[in-house]
Design a protein around this ligand. Sequence first.
Ligand code: ATP
Length: 226
Amino acid sequence: MEHIGLFGGTFNPIHVGHIRAIQEVQKRYALDKFYIIPAALPPHKEPGDVVDAKWRLEMIRLSVSEYPELLKSVIISDVELKRSGPSYSIDTVNHFKSVLPDYSRLYFILGIDAFLEIDTWKSFSELFYLTSFIVMTRPKGINIDGALKWKVLEDYIKGKISDTYKFSISRSCFVHHEKQKIFFVDIDSLDISSTQIRNLIKKGRPIKLFVPKKVEDFIINKGLYI
Ligand code: ATP
């Protein structure tokens, strides 16, 4: 069995919060391969200030190159960039299902902020048959703390996905008789978002604490987000 992580996002730009998230997931799950998949046209985001996909892809490459331990498992995928139109996760998951060997098991990785909107995604209920999920906490983004996050997650899963998902203490995830597992990891995450970084740049403020050095240099050299 090979365990494969799929981590999609706009990465506009990638930041150290994303990197921390990958490191934390890898610390706990040690996935054999970890795909980072930038979206072409994110269906749920304003296209306005999303920079060209080739720049976002390049910034991901530069980031990964600064973290040698990630190079072992991380693969940057341009599959969503090659498709025309908005990037729907269902198409991406189906793509990986069709190209990966049968012994692969998929884990779709996302922050709790993104997960709690999943009922607005195209064919979302089908996704739960195709892939497991690893849902990560984010420090802000949703204003809830500690144990309450579990409750919010549980209510959402039961209300919007299927009321027969049950929490299994022994497996530390939500299990279902037909659908795949939903893991929830309370990661030691950083309170950083791409929006925050774009706003800092617009105000002419430094971003060095929030992005890897090579990404900072790249953004400055190309004059992105100003
Ligand atoms: P924006 O501010 O433009 O909405 P973002 O910082 O949320 O962007 P995305 O590219 O939309 O970044 O995120 C991709 C995935 O990474 C999402 O699943 C999101 O929840 C997760 N993520 C983003 N930032 C963090 C963080 N600091 N900690 C944990 N997960 C994160």
